[in-house]
Write a protein of this length. Structure first.
Length: 693
């Protein structure tokens, strides 16, 4: 039977999406198969169910609902409540069979019925809570009550009332959600022996996007209908009626400008303010059905700012009134909101305590999601400062936005500050906590030039030459790490590998006792994580170097929770083949055994014998490594690079890396095809390396 937990509010809504997301994240780190279930849905697809299904790769059979709300109401109206409950329970067990843990999200009758529940059925929220508690009991799930802090006049009383309302039903914890700064002091740590967690109100989660505003108003886009422009958060609305100077005093980051379509002065002023960086506005809504003069529209297009301009038929008053109370929705298409919601949950909930209370046993199998989220969790616990030299690259900026929202690390972005700031505004990102540094104008440049000239004096590098060199973002970032201004560096999105690692070899150099720096990839297969080394740096290592790579790779694997069993790969298993390449691997294996007698290692060994127990039983019976290898060391770069790419593309593996090893301080290289997800994972790994160095 799968472990499950039933999330129920004390009132309609309450921000259950954020809590469901946090609990699903917790489960995803512990079990291989997460499921999600909701008794009723408004339409064919429930948005919370779909969000969790897409984010955590939940199979269709492990996610779903039982009935539509309309069907549920019909059964209740006909006095067939027991049939209704039976349908819910049967559907839950269909889903449960495919899961190790299930997140169950309770009902929202009031919201689903457009707030008419009381009129039609004379049912109170207390009755709905009782119904949810009954379902939880029939599903065998403990309850996680959610108290909505927004609008609560006495939050502590509401929390204690929630505890009393649950009665004798098993209760995991109580979460007070959307808590304001003023309310935090009124959140008790415990009610009786039940822990209470207060999750703050996060505007970037609750704020609607420009796209959601457009849908709510039935607006027509005049300009800027790209997904990026429509994804901006609307934090407040400013009605444009005053003259330009007074109007400019009232606009702020994230504001939506609402003004009649014939106010060309305010429209142009808004676009100019956004483009100049005076205020990063969310967008414009032009009222009264009036469209600006075509010459004004042409002028707006020349600003080259990805900003949405909408047109509505209503006047400004009715337009703002229609936006009152509009909240954003967490969906799979809003990764920024998802990251902000997770950060709020993880920063304010004692995750180990909640995990223990849910009694979730960790799976022996490790999925890619489990591995990646474990990286995020570990990096958050060891906050480090990472420098990203490619500060103008969109993928890097989007990754930085996610990293900061999740609280993974502190960040410095390198590049022309005004260019980076403009890119951030255009993309609608929140990087206020990131430091922006331009190497060409930084006050550190002369100090770094002197340091580099001293380090490379044996190569004839002069101070003037060094001054030119350290203006390069990769050299500047490496010197930030060398000088202690950053703990580690990640680069390579738009730079070749050599441009990233050459400064590290020249400035940071290898750690004591290591003869060669190398790299590994974490290959996340469907049910396990393997470590491949070296697939990116050394073309043809000799036996001594190959042994160093194997030992470094085993240490890296252990540092990231992969028990090292090392396979020294070759085209021969044992003594089945001969040749110079086989002899090299055999010599390297002997050196590993001499240096690390505690390390399980086998070689020479073929790939199939290393990872397949049945093949191993035939080719190398009795070996503790054969068939169960976790660290696979390739004899040369040609073999390693082609193999990792073949496995990545053919087996659908997630390849994280290359991760550099053997340096005094961490510097990691990205593939030029790296996705935002790849960058986030690599930065998390780098932060963990920095904490251990």
């Amino acid at each position: 039977m799968a472990r499950s937990v039933y999330l129920t509010g004390l009132e309609a809504g309450g921000g259950k999406s954020t809590i469901a997301l946090g609990v699903a994240e917790l489960f995803s780190r512990r079990v291989r198969r997460v499921g999600v279930f909701r008794p009723f849905s408004r339409g064919p697809v429930d948005p919370i169910v779909e969000l969790l299904r897409q984010r955590y790769g939940i199979a269709p059979e492990a996610a779903g609902t039982a009935l539509r709300y309309a069907e549920a109401w019909e059964l209740v109206a006909r006095g067939r409540t027991e049939q209704l409950v039976q349908s819910v329970v049967e559907r839950f067990h269909e889903i449960e069979r495919h899961c190790d843990a299930v997140v169950v999200i309770g009902t929202d009758f009031g919201e689903a019925d457009g707030g008419r529940m009381g009129e039609r059925h004379e049912t109170s929220f207390a009755d709905e809570l009782a119904f949810n508690l009954r379902l939880a009991g029939d599903l065998g799930a403990p309850v996680l009550p959610i108290v909505d802090g927004q609008g609560s006049t006495d939050l502590e009383s509401a929390i204690r009332s929630a505890y009393q309302s649950v009665g004798d039903h098993p209760i995991v914890a109580i979460i007070a959600n959307r808590v304001s700064d003023e309310q935090r002091a009124s959140v008790p740590a415990f009610v009786e022996s039940t822990p209470v967690y207060g999750v703050p109100l996060v505007l970037s989660v609750s704020a609607p996007t420009v796209g959601e505003v457009a849908a709510a108003l039935g607006a027509r886009p005049l300009l800027g209908s790209s997904p990026k422009a429509l994804d901006r958060d609307v934090l407040n609305a400013v009605v444009g009626a005053a003259m330009v100077p007074n109007f400019l005093d009232h606009i702020s980051d994230g504001c939506l400008v609402v003004t009649p379509g014939d106010r060309a002065d305010l429209i142009v002023a808004s676009m100019a303010a956004h483009s100049s960086g005076l205020a990063s506005i969310a967008g414009l809504v032009l009222t009264l059905g009036i469209e600006p003069d075509p010459r004004v529209v042409e002028l707006l297009g020349r600003f080259r700012a990805e900003l949405t301009v909408l047109s509505v038929e209503t006047d400004s008053y009715d337009t703002v009134a229609a936006l009152t109370g509009l909240e954003g929705q967490l969906t799979a298409d809003s990764p920024r909101k998802v990251d902000a919601a997770l950060n709020a949950f993880e920063s304010n909930v004692d995750v180990p305590e909640l995990t223990a209370r849910l009694d979730v046993t960790r799976s022996d199998r490790i999925t890619p999601l489990m591995f990646e989220y474990e990286l995020i969790e570990r990096a958050r616990g060891e906050l480090r400062h990472i420098v990203l030299p490619e500060g103008t690259e969109e993928r890097v900026l989007r990754a930085a936005d996610q990293l900061l929202r999740r609280g993974v690390c502190e960040l410095t972005l390198l590049g022309p500050v005004e260019v980076i700031a403009e890119r951030i505004r255009d993309l609608g990102l929140d990087l206020a906590d990131a430091k922006l540094v331009d190497p060409t104008s930084s006050s550190w440049r002369r100090e770094f030039a002197a340091t580099y000239a001293k380090l490379r004096s044996h190569r004839g590098v002069t101070l003037d030459a060094a001054f030119d060199t350290v203006g390069d973002v990769n050299y500047f970032g490496t010197l930030m790490v060398h000088s202690g201004r950053a703990d580690a560096m990640v680069s390579g999105c738009v730079h070749p590998t050599a441009d990233t690692i050459r400064p590290a070899f020249e400035i940071i150099k290898t750690a004591p006792g290591v003869s060669i720096a190398s790299s590994v990839f974490f290959m996340c297969l469907a049910d396990r994580v393997l470590v491949y080394g070296d697939c990116a740096i050394n073309p043809d290592p000799d036996p001594e170097q190959l042994a160093d790579i194997a030992i470094s790779s085993a240490e890296t694997a252990a540092r990231f929770g992969v028990e090292p069993r090392v396979a020294m790969l070759s085209y021969s298993t044992g003594g089945s083949g001969a040749g110079a390449d086989v002899d090299k691997v055999a010599a390297a294996t002997k050196l590993v055994r001499e240096r690390r007698p505690d390390l399980p290692v086998e070689g020479p060994i073929q790939y199939d014998a290393a990872v397949d127990p049945d093949v191993a039983a035939t080719k190398l019976p009795g070996s503790v490594v054969a068939g169960h290898a976790t660290v696979l060391i390739f004899p040369d770069l040609n073999t390693g690079n082609n193999t990792y790419k073949a496995v990545q593309r053919s087996a659908g593996a997630v390849a994280i890396g290359p991760v550099m090893q053997g340096l005094r301080k961490p510097v990691n290289d990205l593939s030029r095809g790296a996705t935002v997800r790849d960058i986030v994972s690599t930065v998390a790994i780098t932060a963990i390396q920095a904490a251990a160095s």
